[in-house]
Design a protein around this ligand. Structure first.
Ligand code: MSP
Length: 470
């Protein structure tokens, strides 16, 4: 039994959750449930990122005290994470007193690698990121992700000496000691690492009040990413606790847009703290809405609750875990969602369960459950975090059972009274379904439990179809 620690990116508390935020949680939850299924002990952390300019500005715009504003958003996110059925074990808010104190301890430990210097350059508040002169020129002074002009900063800041750590980080990425997935992002990150200057890790208090104070300098506040990245270890009680039981993390789930922070600043912090790197950084693509980035100004933001309310949580998980590619950008449209629900969940699976259970029940067939090892192909995909592919594999098995029913025509065997053959046929089909169902569990836990119950003892068809059509 291994100990598995899984982390999710902590979202900014500058608004309500949208469907894109579901990705980290859904993927991490599948990973956690898979590991529990194969007998591992799992710790799973989630949290909220509550400091920085972006949040402070938003609260100011709304005329609400910042703390009150983040408190309200934290509630919305917690409700959302719970609605997703995510089995997290730990939750950290970056405004928690324990987190703030621990981040200050971390800063002190990193002090041999921190120096003070004048910064003159560009910043994007949307990304909460310092931008190089080269990027500024390439983008004509406007952030392509936020469509906002970069802001000019001229101030005195503290810097983290990324330059001292580059060789070690590069070697770890190249050797997969720090595994970056998908593979094609690894090259991107290595290129960014080469270009990366030392990173500014503080702001003058006069410019940013809403943050963790820099220890020993009352005029400076920590850069929000420094504070946020530390959450993965402060939640375990670092530095006062020995975290070696859980750290290094087995996998950290992040969106592709924030992989750069996890591939450069985070490893640098860990080297400075003499802690190992996480074993894997799993970066997912973006959820698009009707082919476009979700944006309030375009008006195509889809709220997760709406989607869950439409056909329930299992349908939500089905769409986001199978039709949203684990590693690439994928589209959500209501039409695609409806089609997936009706043609796949209701037809392929719901009807299959109903049909098969009805035939077994009507003909009074006893099902002897065979215990089978999980398929090697499935294990390989799951161990490599290829979740949407693993889900495809399971679904193909489900579709094959439907095909087999049509070929073997058990209703003909029933009609001609060939009881033995009928029993053999239905036992084969039921066992095939239970085998696929075992592998379905991390993706659709509620459905898989219901199916196991239907075929587990005396078989009785469910009173309600598993996925009723509208
Ligand atoms: N606060 C930082 C993360 C700090 S982690 C130490 C942040 N917050 S965020 O709210 O902008 O994003 C949180 C997570 O949601 C990130 O993994 C991000 O990639 C993901 N997503 C935000 N919008 C998304 C989509 N439209 N689609 C998929 N994931 C998206 O970044």
């Amino acid at each position: 039994m291994a100990k598995v620690y899984i982390t999710t990116a902590i979202p900014y508390m500058n608004g309500a959750p949208h469907i894109g935020h579901a990705m980290d949680y859904c993927l991490a939850d599948v990973c956690a449930r898979y590991h529990k299924m194969i007998g591992d002990e799992v710790r799973f952390s989630a949290g909220t990122d509550e400091h920085g300019n972006k949040i402070e500005q938003k609260a100011r715009e709304l005329g609400v005290p910042v703390k009150q504003y983040v408190d309200e958003n934290v509630e919305k996110f917690k409700e959302f994470i719970n609605k997703l059925g995510v089995e997290y074990t730990d939750f950290v808010r970056t405004t928690d007193a324990d987190h703030e104190r621990r981040v200050q301890e971390i800063w002190k430990k990193l002090s041999p690698y921190i120096y003070k210097a004048k910064y003159a350059g560009w910043y994007c508040t949307g990304c909460e990121r310092y931008v190089t002169e080269k990027e500024y020129e390439e983008n004509d002074g406007v952030c392509p992700d936020h469509q906002k002009p970069y802001e000019k900063f001229e101030e005195e800041n503290y810097y983290l000496k990324i330059s001292e750590f580059k060789d070690e980080i590069r070697a770890a990425i190249e050797s997969d000691e720090l595994l970056i997935l998908p593979e094609f992002r690894k090259k991107e990150m290595l290129a960014l690492l080469e270009e990366s200057p030392d990173v500014s890790i503080s702001r003058p208090k006069s410019q940013l009040d809403w943050g963790v104070p820099v220890p020993g300098d009352e005029n400076q506040v920590m850069y929000v990413w420094m504070d946020a990245l530390a959450n993965y270890i402060t939640v375990l009680g670092y530095p006062e606790n020995d975290i070696s039981e859980w750290w290094p993390a087995t996998a950290e789930f992040v969106g592709k847009d924030i992989l750069r922070f996890h591939s450069i600043i985070w490893p640098a912090m860990l080297i400075g703290l003499k802690l190992p790197f996480p074993k894997a950084l799993v970066s997912h693509g973006m959820v698009l809405s009707n082919g476009q980035k979700m944006s309030k100004s375009i008006g195509n933001v889809v709220g997760p609750m709406e989607v869950i309310e439409k056909h329930g949580l299992e349908a939500f998980r089905y769409y986001f875990l199978r039709h949203i590619d684990t590693f690439d950008d994928s589209d959500f449209t209501w039409e695609k969602f409806e089609n997936a629900y009706n043609n796949e969940l209701a037809n392929d699976l719901g009807n299959l369960v109903q049909r098969l259970a009805t035939m077994i029940h009507k003909n009074n067939i006893e099902i002897k459950i065979e215990d089978r090892e999980l398929a090697a192909e499935y294990l390989e995909l799951m161990n490599n975090f290829e979740f949407s592919k693993a889900f495809d594999y399971v679904w193909e098995r489900i579709q094959n059972i439907n095909r087999k029913i049509d070929e073997e025509k058990p209703w003909m065997l029933a009609k001609s009274g060939e009881v033995e053959k009928l029993s053999l046929c239905l036992n084969g089909l039921a066992n095939e379904l239970l085998f696929a169902n075992k592998m379905l569990l991390p993706f659709l836990p509620e459905t898989a439990t219901k199916i196991a119950d239907v075929f587990g003892g005396e078989v009785t068809p469910p009173e309600q179809p598993l996925f009723p059509k509208n």
